[in-house]
Design a protein around this ligand. Structure first.
Ligand code: AMP
Length: 542
């Protein structure tokens, strides 16, 4: 027997319609590329999203065609989120930190028809446009009078001129909820990037899930600062969830330095912020010497790479801000797990709670996960056995864009490429990327554990642990360290610092001091490049 309920598709247009109707005066504040602050509200965002939709209709951009962005977090980007997807086109957010050749490759692979870009990316667009034959309209996200005369980009228009003449009345199409809405390519540290093509349904389900109390706990009382870029897995879905709950949104634009982020948090009464560890390192680095505090910020979601425990402690103890450690990936829209304690953990001593907070957290309803050994046999959830992490769920990809023939799934499960443990309470902890695992004497050493201990040393700004070939042990860990400006620590002092903090055989054999650790386009450490830099390195005693 079928239920007798209304059949309504889960559509992105319904989010902006809802935000307009019920939270029309809810503020959206953006730091613009020009440096000034722009303010408007959900009602104005909805009107301008409809202008975007009318513009695309007017250009006869077919449904399903890709409209790309190279843009920071800001109100115009938000309008494209709703106007492009809501009208049945696919928003393709390109990561501007990629190499220009990779950007051209992605734009061609996606067959982008339109490219909307922030003026800070003008030189990038000038460098790639000749290699992107499918793009028939370039749009600069700026006022008409800010458009330079001779850009060399044919037909370039300003966004304001592009949408300005259009009506703000529009009837959003009744799409099938499985229609594609957004396209996001993986950062592609090996091989060509691969496209994750989200649907309206998967995006709305993810938006519901992301807003849950044990996830990001978003509400109409929040002022939310997504520092995580809108070009990196849709800013972890925050723009959609914010519309769903009617939260105030605060966009940092290109200014991600500690001072600018701190000023925005304070000026806009930000209660909740989300970003990768490197951004928070810059923020705390700015606040500590100046003795600054937060007045309203109460929680921050940190993910994208492992959050160093020292950062969790600093936020909690020095600033009274709760850190929610999150794990996810492009292929998961991106949220998989989030770390919040259960009722029974509330009275545990702080040190015990801390051990849990360091983990990547528990499954969000909708996601299932398991760990398996090299033969694919499921491993116990005992917090000790580490294996390949596989996931399932309605916002996990089934296949990559244009690779429909080659399913990445294994018996219906998506292999994440991460190695993890899961404890009896369901808390998952990433120990490594499978390609970064260090195997020493037949045992695995978690490079993340080795890095976290180094990061707890007051003189260490960044640490990356890699395995070096060893004739007896296969591999031994070493840790590459960037010192904080003006701080000093010797190799022997840092090795001694590991004493008592980990098993003796897991202590790195050496410390290599470096000026910088190479980072990829999404702020993750590029260990492949680090290994290349150390090809001539020899372990002590060999
Ligand atoms: P991306 O698709 O670029 O978002 O990268 C996803 C990958 O980032 C995951 O497969 C993990 O290897 C890594 N990652 C994301 N969040 C975390 C986290 N909290 N701790 C450790 N690694 C993480």
């Amino acid at each position: 027997m079928l239920g007798l309920m209304q059949q309504q598709s889960l559509l992105i247009s319904s989010l902006i319609e809802f935000a307009e109707r019920h939270h029309g005066d809810g503020e959206i504040v953006s730091r613009r590329v020009e440096g000034d602050i722009h303010r408007y509200n959900w009602s104005a965002a909805a009107k301008r999203s409809r202008q975007v939709a009318n513009t695309l209709d007017g250009m006869q951009i077919e449904k399903g065609s890709r409209v790309a962005t190279l843009a920071w977090n800001g109100y115009r980007h938000l309008e494209l989120y709703f106007g492009v997807s809501g009208s049945g086109r696919v928003l393709h957010t390109i990561n501007p930190r990629l190499h220009p050749d990779q950007i051209a490759w992605i734009a061609n692979h996606a067959e982008d028809q339109v490219l909307c870009f922030d003026m800070s990316f003008l030189p990038l667009v000038q460098a790639v446009h000749a290699k992107c034959p499918t793009i028939r309209q370039y749009v600069a996200l700026c006022d008409a009078d800010k458009l330079p005369a001779d850009t060399g980009i044919p037909g370039l228009v300003s966004y304001e001129a592009w949408i300005g003449q259009q009506s703000d009345r529009y009837t959003w199409p009744e799409l099938d909820e499985n229609t594609a809405c957004t396209l996001c390519y993986t950062s592609g540290t090996t091989g060509n990037p691969k496209g994750a093509l989200y649907s309206h349904r998967s995006t709305i389900l993810h938006a519901y899930a992301a807003a849950l109390p044990d996830v990001m706990c978003m509400s109409a009382r929040d002022s939310i600062l997504p520092v995580v870029p809108m070009f990196h897995v849709n800013a972890w879905g925050i723009p959609y969830s914010a519309a769903m709950v009617g939260a105030k949104l605060v966009f940092p634009g290109p200014a991600l330095d500690g001072k600018s982020v701190y000023e925005l948090i304070e000026a806009e009464g930000v209660t909740f912020a989300a970003g990768v560890p490197t951004v928070w390192q810059m923020l705390l680095g700015h606040m500590k010497p100046a003795g600054l505090k937060f007045s309203k910020l109460n929680r921050t979601v940190i993910g994208g790479s492992a959050c160093p425990p020292a950062m969790i402690t600093a936020f909690r103890e020095d600033y009274g801000v709760d850190v929610l450690h999150a794990w996810g990936m492009t292929e998961l829209s991106p949220l998989g797990t989030l770390c919040t304690l259960k009722n029974k953990h509330q009275n545990l001593p702080e040190a015990e709670q801390m051990k849990l907070r360091m983990k990547q957290g528990r499954c969000i309803f909708g996601i299932e996960m398991k760990i398996v050994d090299e033969q694919g046999k499921e491993l116990p959830h005992d917090g000790k056995a580490a294996g390949d992490l596989l996931v399932q769920g309605p916002w996990v990809i089934a296949s990559y864009f244009k690779q429909e023939g080659a399913s990445p799934l294994v018996d219906g499960w998506f292999p994440t490429g991460d190695v993890a443990t899961i404890d009896a309470d369901g808390f998952m902890q990433i120990t490594d990327r499978s390609k970064d695992v260090i195997k020493s004497g037949g045992e695995w050493i978690s490079s993340i554990d080795v890095e976290n201990i180094a990061m707890a040393h007051p003189a260490v700004a960044m640490a990356a642990c890699i395995g070096i070939r060893h004739p007896k042990w296969d591999e031994r860990p070493i840790v590459c360290v960037v010192k904080k400006p003006g701080a000093e620590v010797t190799r022997d002092e840092l090795i001694q610092f590991y004493d008592g903090k980990t098993a003796k055989w897991q202590i790195p054999d050496d410390v290599v001091f470096v000026d910088a650790i190479p980072l990829g386009a999404t702020g993750k450490m590029l260990k492949t490049r680090l290994r290349e830099q150390l090809t001539d390195y020899v372990l002590p005693g060999l």
